[in-house]
Write a protein that binds this ligand. Sequence first.
Ligand SMILES: [Zn+2]
Length: 160
Amino acid sequence: MTFLDRTTDARKFRHWPGNVEADYIYTSGVAGERFFVALRDEGRMLASRCTACHLDYLPPRMFCEDCFAELTEYLDVPKTGRVAAITAAHIDRTGAQLSHPQVWAFVTFEGIRGGLVHRLLTPPDQARAGTAVRAKLKPRDARTGTIADIEGFEPVRSRF
Ligand SMILES: [Zn+2]
């Protein structure tokens, strides 16, 4: 169909065959690099703080999304977080069937805006939102400065 052809079928406007360039390189940015270096070298997870808004952000960011102030203060994320949401994956990122389902969770931390999506190191039938969890890190020598330096989050006994 060309621009001169008239169509009365709206579905024809919704897709077309072709190729789209999709070669992107994502960088972690200043705040992200600080997060990954602290994770790799010290086994710490950092959040950034907006002192004006009294907001802490995870992942850390350079600017406050509420007041747009530059954020230069960092703090440690509490060791224990909570599972806010879960899902089970049955295929890997290439589409290959997994031998057993993997559980993924959105983990949040008290007083911090945001959180991390990562593996939940529990069988699917034991995965629950609300579970108190801690990050299980790879040994220092095996860390490379990526999110994979965290093996996943494992349940801890809750005081609540
Ligand atoms: Zn702010």
